[in-house]
Design a protein around this ligand. Structure first.
Ligand code: NAP
Length: 283
């Protein structure tokens, strides 16, 4: 059966949901009535081409809702101390309402120290250990943008999460781990899988909700999906390929995210939403 022949699944359309949220955010930025718009500072160390592209995309997204994006480009030889000083300057600048340190940093940088230097009220990308702890405890915080975007997308389709067995494939600090915590806080029962997990398909087969976040193109197979399960593909690999075999998984899923147009737009939208919220709080 091809994708078009199976009409029983519903697409979780991250592009459409994002567009709606961004329109609301634009009004909220206008309502701030600021003489100069709030700023999202994006710090980029070195010149990794993929990171350059992401920073450019984030800059354009900021402008589209009336925020200013300030790109701080640092040379690849930047030391941790130099980076910490730059972060301190951004923390002290009242116009800057959000700080994003683009991952990955060059090897000589202590990235954890740099992330943790970001003031909690400007940690709009959810990278500080303090922010992670607050998010895990269900205390107001800005969760990492990709898992936050997935939660907003599921909510936009009124997916009832309580009681679902969610299997998260991946445990990175920006995606798998916060995803598991957010789902746990919404009363899901959680299994977190990773590269050392034995018999991954058997775990995925138990899932009412699968979140694929392993960075392996088209890795999650249709025959692993329990009929009627919800499939969220957080993956983004070269060639616009997710971590899920879409055609195979759509044959069994009730809801599924496409790549592109699923989780990706929601991630950037959450970055914007967190920055706007930070600006509102500062006001
Ligand atoms: P990452 O840091 O490389 O983490 C990958 C995770 O997957 C690790 O926990 C790893 O396990 C696990 N893994 C690797 N191979 C596996 C296997 N064979 N079976 C089970 N688990 C396995 O990647 P990430 O930053 O979390 O990103 C994951 C994916 O999401 C990538 O495709 C990335 O491009 C995408 N992403 C998308 C967005 C977006 O906006 N849409 C944002 C961020 C990331 P170990 O911990 O044992 O190594």
């Amino acid at each position: 059966m091809t994708r078009k022949e199976n009409l029983s699944y519903q697409i979780l359309d991250g592009k459409a949901v994002s567009d709606k949220i961004r329109a609301e955010l634009k009004s909220r930025v206008a309502a701030l009535g600021a003489k100069s718009p709030p700023v999202l500072a994006t710090i980029l160390v070195g010149n990794n081409p993929a990171s350059e592209t992401y920073v450019k995309m984030k800059g354009k997204a900021c402008e589209s809702i009336g925020l200013t994006s300030k790109k701080v480009q640092l040379p690849g030889i930047t030391t941790t101390d130099m980076l910490l000083r730059i972060i301190d300057e951004c923390n002290a600048d009242p116009q800057i309402r959000g700080i994003l340190l683009q991952h990955p940093s060059p090897a000589q940088i202590d990235e954890r120290a740099a992330f943790d230097r970001i003031a909690i009220e400007k940690d709009v990308d959810g990278v500080t250990a303090f922010g992670f702890g607050r998010m895990s405890l269900g205390i107001p915080s800005y969760p990492a943008c990709t898992p936050a975007g997935i939660m907003r997308l599921l909510d936009a389709y009124n997916v009832k999460l309580a009681g679902l067995h969610a299997v998260v494939v991946g445990r990175s600090p920006i995606l798998g781990k916060p995803m598991a915590q957010l789902l746990l806080n919404r009363d899901c029962t959680i299994t977190v899988c990773h590269s050392k997990t034995k018999d991954l398909p058997e775990h995925v087969k138990q899932a009412d909700l699968v979140v694929a976040a392993c960075g392996k193109p088209a890795f999650i197979q249709g025959e692993w999906i329990k009929p009627g399960a919800i499939v969220v593909d957080a993956g983004y690999n070269p060639g616009n390929i997710g971590d899920v075999d879409f055609n195979g998984c759509a044959q069994r899923a009730s809801y599924i995210t496409p790549v592109p147009g699923g989780v990706g737009p929601m991630t950037i939208t959450m970055l914007l939403a967190h920055t706007v919220e930070s600006a509102e709080k500062a006001k």
